[in-house]
Design a protein around this ligand. Structure first.
Ligand code: GLC
Length: 716
């Protein structure tokens, strides 16, 4: 397809419709094929409609084929629709939420999962997915932390790359276009309140929030979605500095930029555009190509050109990017891409995919506490599976609406499959709904717990209490769920609490009363079997926190790579005295970034550096010996942190600069090495130059970000 020639054939209005993405409902017709969708309120004519560039969330191969066929029959230039969808952590076989993927510290497995998601959605009518979401997060009150891989820019960048490679790869068969989002810093919403103001220095933006988007761009992502929020006072969709100067000129991205839903029109609500015309002018001049959900471009672009506010050349450039994307996706040759309803029946939710989802759930679960409770013995006489998350398919997370809860292998099913029905008893216990006060089922649950030799207590958040629009001002578990935990523990101490949540929760009280806590996050379609395998030690937990767990809601935002300040809290105990502590509660987090237990004990010894000096173009090697001194095979995430003692700006107390997830047989020891180059030491200096500065550095290697032992070297 020669896109330049095609472009020349288009009228201005046809071009502008290529830059418009409207919801499939707009294409709805009655049995006689007469359009019934509410196109009128978007000022879209029937002729316009069949010039639309793309649609989203069409749901299903047959519908996609039907829509594309109807569309091509009515589109005089034969330009196919690009069908996009939110396939965030799985399509119909749902693997754990992104925050859990970050905790896996396993980029290869993340890539495999992304590839599986691409395969399932590509045969079911999807051409491009609005993923990966790579917004860095520091405040668990924000509902969309579930969609992020966490608080560290280094980890998030590696995870972004793995997802783009898995989803998009070479855009061959069973691959889909990927769209990194949300540029930029959506996770920095003040107070953890979704859609709230984001306001930070350019240094913080560049140092922490931008790297993962750039990693996705460097990995070849085909599309970028702008965020709802302001960036230095200007909402991203209309922010020319962010989209045109940074993303396109500085990073060299020349693909398609799409707005988030209604975000162009929301420039009016933000108060930076007086009307739709000014909103369209801002967004087009920022080089945001596709307007999702609204039609301000359609309504205003022709007038804006007439007024000289934008040029037809700008429209042509945007349309070329959209046509080139469709060409890369092969849509001109095959408008249905990989859509194949027959094949979809074989591929979607196949055993291989379910097994992969289960493996990721096993790898991303984080063992937070274990007072010699786990693993349970397989010869256990009987086990009680109790709680609101014990027998429900709604353990897949907010962004799983293309899937069905009926396809989930529940916790109860996972345990009965593993142990046999005769050994497993169930009780609901209580609701996880925040406002529910009904204690009527607790007594029964206590009876069941009393009658069994072990208990798995499944509590946490309702699946839709995190995700978009679901901000919280209180991260505590409900009193009702604590009542269930307390009553069960009174009759059976051989209990593990399995936490199902889309965010870190302030579970200090649970940490005090429960003998064992296994954080499953929202584990997805195969969360049940994964929990059974973890509880019985078929696999040892190997997840490590990619986001800090606060000890109280009031600590948020809280993260490990913070600055030292002039008056750091000297220890965990102090709570007074003119230093950075709270007087009414803990200052340190409940569980730090990188934390997670296993079923064995791994010792770290003999930290060494190959030299205590490093020249600017040199490298040094850091090494450590890790030994599994327990009696079980485990996976360990060996983490290297570096601290830059003195910089032209204050530097964090630690920064993750390397990790290796390794297997250790019982009694096995390995020497793990990391290479340190000056690139790892670079940061945005006082003059906003990205470079390393000479001076003293500390190297830590340990099991989480609380590691204390270090060795020093000088960059000379
Ligand atoms: C939503 C989300 C975005 C998603 C888009 C399309 O509002 O912010 O992440 O991709 O709309 O559903």
């Amino acid at each position: 397809m020669d896109c330049k020639k095609l472009l020349k054939k288009l009228t201005l209005r046809e071009k502008i419709m290529q830059l418009t993405q409207i919801i499939p409902r707009m294409f709805a017709t009655d049995d006689n094929g007469v359009l019934t969708g509410p196109i009128a309120n978007l000022s879209v004519s029937e002729q316009d409609l069949y010039n639309t560039g793309s649609s989203l969330n069409v749901f299903g191969g047959e519908k996609s084929i039907d829509l594309q066929n109807r569309f091509l029959k009515n589109n005089k230039h034969g330009i196919p629709l690009c069908l996009m969808q939110d396939v965030i952590h799985g399509y119909k076989t749902i693997y754990p939420i992104q925050l859990a993927l970050g905790c896996s510290f396993n980029t290869e497995l993340v890539k495999e999962c992304s590839s599986m998601a691409a395969k399932e959605c590509s045969v079911d009518g999807v051409h491009l997915t609005f993923a990966p979401m790579v917004d860095l997060v520091r405040d668990a009150r924000w509902g969309r932390v579930m969609e992020s891989t966490g608080e560290d820019p280094y980890l998030n960048s590696l995870m972004a790359t793995a997802q783009v490679q898995g989803l998009q790869g070479d855009l061959g068969k069973y691959k889909v276009g990927a769209c990194v989002k949300h540029l930029a810093a959506y996770g920095g919403a003040e107070s953890g309140l979704d859609y709230n103001t984001v306001d930070m220095s350019e240094r913080t933006l560049r140092q922490y929030y931008l790297p993962a988007y750039k990693a996705a761009v460097d990995a070849g992502v085909e599309m970028v979605m702008t965020a709802f929020n302001t960036v230095d006072g200007v909402p991203a969709v209309g922010n020319k500095w962010l989209v045109n100067d940074v993303l396109r000129k500085e990073w060299g991205f020349n693909g398609v930029v799409i707005s988030d839903f209604n975000a162009v029109q929301e420039l009016i609500t933000h108060g930076v555009a007086k009307d739709g015309r000014q909103a369209a002018e801002m967004a087009i001049n920022a080089t945001t190509d596709i307007e999702m959900g609204t039609t301000e471009y359609l309504k205003n672009a022709e007038q804006l050109i007439a007024e000289g506010k934008i040029t037809e050349k700008q429209i042509d450039q945007a349309v070329m990017r959209v046509l080139e994307l469709k060409k890369k996706l092969g849509l001109f040759e095959n408008p249905h891409k990989d859509t194949n309803p027959t094949l979809a029946k074989e591929i979607i939710l196949c055993k291989e995919h379910r097994d992969l989802a289960r493996r990721m759930s096993e790898e991303s679960a984080v063992l937070l506490k274990n007072d010699n409770v786990l693993p349970f013995n397989k010869d256990v006489e009987s086990i009680a599976v109790i709680g609101p998350h014990a027998d429900t398919g709604f353990i897949k997370g907010f962004w799983s609406y293309a899937s069905s809860d009926k396809d989930t292998t529940t916790v109860l099913k996972g345990f009965t499959d593993y142990l046999g029905e005769d050994k497993v008893k169930y009780a609901y216990g209580c609701s996880a709904e925040l406002t529910n006060k009904d204690e009527s089922q607790i007594a029964k649950a206590v009876e069941v717990a009393k009658s069994c030799s072990a208990v798995v207590l499944c509590i946490g958040e309702v699946e839709t209490d995190s995700g978009e629009g679901n901000s919280k001002s209180n991260l505590e578990l409900s009193d009702l769920q604590y009542k269930l935990v307390e009553e069960v523990l009174k009759v059976n101490k051989n209990t593990v609490v399995a936490l199902f949540t889309g965010r870190p929760l302030a579970i200090k009280k649970l940490q005090e009363i429960a003998p064992a806590i296994l954080n499953m996050w929202m584990p997805g379609t195969e969360g049940g079997p994964a929990l059974a395998n973890l509880v019985f030690g078929v696999v040892s937990p190997s997840g490590r926190l990619s986001m800090t767990f606060p000890a109280s809601t009031g600590q948020c935002p809280i993260y490990y790579n913070h600055l030292n300040t002039g008056r750091p809290a000297p220890n965990r105990e102090i709570t007074y005295g003119y230093c950075a502590t709270y007087i009414d509660g803990p200052t340190y987090p409940l569980y730090p970034f990188g934390y997670g237990l296993t079923y064995s004990n791994v010792e770290y010894k003999a930290l060494e550096l190959s030299s205590d000096k490093m020249t600017e173009d040199g490298t040094i090697t850091a090494s450590i010996t890790v030994e599994n001194v327990g009696d079980r095979k485990v996976k360990e995430v060996v983490q290297m942190y570096i601290r830059d003692l003195v910089g032209s700006v204050a530097r964090p107390v630690k920064e993750l600069k390397g990790f290796k997830k390794i297997e250790l047989e019982a009694g096995e020891k390995k020497t793990i090495t990391f290479e340190i180059t000056k690139d790892l030491l670079a940061f945005y200096t006082k003059d906003l130059e990205f470079k390393a500065e000479k001076g003293e550095f500390r190297v830590f290697i340990g099991k989480d970000s609380d590691v204390e032992e270090y060795k020093t070297f000088q960059l000379i």
